[in-house]
Design a protein around this ligand. Structure first.
Ligand code: NAP
Length: 433
């Protein structure tokens, strides 16, 4: 607990997009922080790789450290913000060192928490300090605190949503402007919604998966799972599929889903076709949304901006307020030793309706051979659309199936892919509910 009337000393490691914005916010909001928490703060140390780099806001070079680990030797800080990123290396080292030195830590680093959250939470508890990570999931949306505090007495059995603004922006723009994935990605990079160098971790679902792992752990009071679940990104979504989906009243969304099925944990991130009439089907652009289902509260929905310095800083400051106002809290809501390991649901048994699109030879009997093959694997067809291309003697087939298991679908589709009549197997997208 931070004593009254003491000046709370703060360190910030990383002065990139998030760190430098936070530095400025803390300086301009000092009075407001004092008014609302009764505590005065002072930034006494900052660190980045390059002291002379031009940054968005001016900063004091007098408190700059090239080596962040030196801060622990020279300063007596109370709260450390880690804003470097990545799961290992210097970010893990500074967080670990801070906790061991009984310094409270605040981080927006989902990769770090998803990989080392269990260990770091234990370390924080052992040293009687806080480890807060509101900004690690869905930017400005206060979902971590909502689960830990607002919904604390509920039994949550499912949490899902749109957890990556970059991919949601790309899918929305493709639909709205009839533009290809590649073109929209370039636009997203220009606007700063996607990383210019390597946007892979957003596009392939990795970023959303780290967030879903953190949400599962908070929602179900379990250890962070390391299971190898279904993780698919949006790299293979074609404009053609988005247009066809739209005609069917559907929209493609990259969903992160975590739920308890038969007392087992199932986590996944993959593109889903959702009805345009649903709430989630109307969360567009860079917006994120998280939906929890719990008892007795029912369904709760939080929507907001999932990234960017403003929303992320809002969450970082909310963590700061929490530390300044209160006692030491368990990082994951309950004591680490009480968080249990959970059996993982076998992903082969995950069931969905499927949207399949492929191009076949346009000749008699091909369609019936396809439906027969599906029937053999107990995959029943809900809807089928055949569009012939007479000039090229081929036809595009779209099939929407009834619910089927992953294992069934995989077995059956591998046969389609190798069939002589199949000229191109283009897309498989799972339908949500
Ligand atoms: N950007 C977002 O919208 C967003 C949203 C939510 C969460 N986050 C999370 O916030 C964290 C920071 O993201 P960001 O976008 O601000 O990243 P960023 O712009 O790449 O900034 C990283 C910062 O870390 C500094 N750094 C790198 N290695 C260092 C070292 N060895 N010692 C000291 N400083 C070092 C860099 O220094 P130089 O500047 O000198 O190179 C830079 O200032 C990540 O965990 C990210 O996942 C970001």
């Amino acid at each position: 607990m931070i004593e009254m009337n003491k000046i709370v000393k703060i360190g910030i490691i990383g002065l990139g997009q998030i760190g430098i914005y936070l530095y400025n916010e803390l300086n301009i909001k000092k009075k407001e922080i004092e008014k609302k928490t009764g505590k005065r703060i002072k930034i006494v140390a900052i660190s980045a790789k390059n002291k002379n780099k031009k940054r968005r806001f001016k900063f004091s070079k007098k408190i700059f450290y090239k080596n962040p680990l030196q801060i622990f030797k020279n300063e007596n800080i109370d709260i450390l913000f880690e804003c470097v990123g990545l799961s290992d290396g210097i970010s893990k080292k500074v967080v670990e060192t801070a906790l061991k030195n009984k310094i409270n830590v605040i981080t927006p680093n989902k990769a770090l928490i998803a990989k080392h959250g269990d260990y770091l939470a234990k370390l924080a508890e052992k040293n009687n300090v806080c480890l807060e990570f509101e900004a690690s999931v869905a930017g400005g949306i206060p979902i971590v605190r909502t689960i830990k505090e607002g919904l604390a007495t509920n039994k949550i059995n499912k949490v899902y949503g749109i957890l990556n603004g970059t991919t949601n922006y790309i899918l929305s723009e493709m639909e709205n402007n009839n533009e290809s994935f590649k073109r929209v990605l370039q636009k997203a990079q220009k606007l700063g919604y996607a990383e210019p160098g390597n946007p892979k971790l957003d596009l392939n679902g990795f970023d959303a998966f780290a967030k879903i792992r953190i949400l599962s752990s908070l929602s179900f009071n379990t250890k962070i799972s390391k299971a190898n679940c279904i993780m698919e990104g949006i790299e293979n979504i074609k404009l053609e599929d988005i247009k066809i989906a739209s005609q069917l009243g559907l929209r493609v969304k990259l969903l992160g889903i975590s739920e308890i099925i038969n007392n087992q944990l199932f986590e996944t991130v993959h593109p889903c076709l959702v009805s345009k009439k649903t709430y989630i089907g109307n969360v567009n652009g860079v917006m994120n949304a998280v939906i929890t289902e719990g008892k007795p509260v029912g369904e709760s929905i939080l929507q907001g901006e999932g990234a960017g310095p403003g929303p992320t800083s809002s969450s970082l400051l909310s963590d700061l307020f929490s530390i300044l106002r209160g006692n030491i809290k368990y990082p994951f809501g309950i004591e680490s030793v009480k968080r249990k390991k959970i059996t993982i649901f076998n992903k082969n048994n995950y069931k969905n309706s499927l949207y399949l699109r492929f191009i076949v030879k346009d000749k008699q009997g091909v369609l019936s051979s396809i439906t027969n093959r599906l029937a053999k694997y107990k995959i029943s067809v809900k809807r089928i659309i055949q569009t012939p291309d007479k000039a090229n003697k081929e036809a595009t087939i779209i099939i929407i199936t009834h619910k089927t298991s992953e294992i069934n679908a995989n077995k059956c589709l591998s046969i389609f892919k190798n069939n002589n009549n199949t000229l191109k197997f283009l897309t498989l997208i799972r339908l949500y509910n």
